[in-house]
Design a protein around this ligand. Structure first.
Ligand code: GCU
Length: 358
């Protein structure tokens, strides 16, 4: 697709880029995203403790399910949140899908736990509002603990808070012998897809991100969404959900051109690690063509690092429904239907994880 906007460069010039040079630039990119979009988070706590609340055999004895409370010190006192870990018994040191989800309970429409276990993965799930509420209230949960009511203009929004908590889950997973801590994948849908990308971009202990239908301020280009009247743009998202972002993000309302980044910085900041983006053809709000274009723009840094990003011709339109473009290190799939984290999406992510991590 021909694009008629100019994107900021992830990395100036054209030649090969060394991993060291990229790591320097990647840190700059993360700071640009913090300053302008998601806000700066506090520094990680020195210590995280985990208390096992219960442990049982589940899924016809195929897996162990463990409920754990994770705690750490904050300026407001000790903060604790639950995570549920399900570990297949028949796999030695499985990779882990860490799902940040909309529901605390099972069964859940977005979480095919048994299929994930049968595919040979452990799963960990966090209910996002156990971290902090999904609204303007900056006094509860992690927001309250760090007095986010008084946050500066570049102080963290809720997406950064959810991401911060997922890094604390990683602190815990790192202590376990039963799983492969080098192979932890963060997965999320929509606002939580935005969160999955931001988590993995900032915390290089994670091996991969899966961003499902994340759209505006996630895996779609803001400059491209601004040109399509059916898609969400910064004006709409900031006015409905200002608390997801830092206050500085409001500077770019109807002013995307002024952004020193675009969302290819977010996807690209995951390089050289693999990242998967999933679109749904009816989800014009997120805007599949813009999600594809974002993957393409992010690909450039992978190519310059000497590995493939998205493998798909530069000028080709959206791929056929049902295709998985997962030959490189950026995977993109387009599924039929509406905004949802479906079994089709999970299968695409599992297949990509099999290729990249097994
Ligand atoms: C709204 C919002 C999107 C978001 C979605 C979701 O539609 O506008 O940006 O991705 O909610 O999280 O479900």
């Amino acid at each position: 697709m021909a694009v008629n906007f100019k994107l900021p460069e992830i990395y100036e010039g054209n030649g090969p880029v060394s991993l060291d040079a990229w790591e320097n630039r990647r840190q700059e990119i993360l700071d640009i995203l913090r300053e302008n979009v998601y806000g700066f988070s506090p520094k990680a706590p020195d210590k995280v403790t985990a208390q096992v609340v219960s442990e049982e055999s589940v899924l016809a004895n195929k897996a162990i399910q463990r409920s754990v409370n994770i705690s750490f010190d904050t300026p407001g006192g000790v903060f604790t949140f639950p995570v549920v870990l399900t570990i297949p018994k028949h796999v030695e040191k499985p990779a882990v899908f860490l799902l940040i989800n909309f529901s605390p309970n099972l069964p859940d429409k977005y979480y095919p736990q048994e299929e994930v276990v049968d595919a040979g993965y452990a799963c960990a799930r966090v209910y996002y509002q156990d971290i902090t509420s999904d609204n303007n209230d900056m006094t509860n949960g992690l927001a309250g603990m760090y007095s986010a009511e008084n946050r500066p203009d570049n102080g963290w929004g809720k997406i950064s808070m959810w991401a911060f908590a997922l890094s604390r889950v990683m602190d815990y997973l790192e202590t376990l012998d039963e799983i492969d801590k080098e192979k932890v994948i963060v997965i999320g849908h929509s606002r939580l897809g935005k969160t999955a990308l931001w988590t993995v971009a900032q915390d290089s202990r994670f091996a991969m991100a899966c961003s499902n239908n994340a759209g505006c301020s996630g895996d779609a280009l803001s400059r491209m969404n601004a040109q399509f009247d059916k898609a969400e743009n910064i004006n709409i998202i900031y006015n409905r959900f200002p608390f997801w972002f830092c206050k500085n993000y409001s500077k770019y309302i109807d002013n995307e051109e002024a952004l020193p980044c675009d969302q290819h910085f977010l996807v690209g900041a995951i390089a050289p690690r693999p990242v998967a983006v999933g679109s749904a053809d009816e989800d014009l709000w997120a805007y599949p063509a813009s999600e594809l274009e974002c993957c393409r723009a992010a690909s450039k840094i992978y190519e310059r690092l000497g590995i493939h990003g998205l493998i798909y011709p530069e000028d080709a339109p959206l791929p056929e429904l049902g295709s998985n473009l997962d030959g490189g290190n950026i995977a993109y799939h387009l599924r039929a239907g509406a905004h949802f984290l479906s079994r089709t999406d999970w299968n695409a992510y599992i297949r990509f994880a099999d290729k990249k991590l097994k």
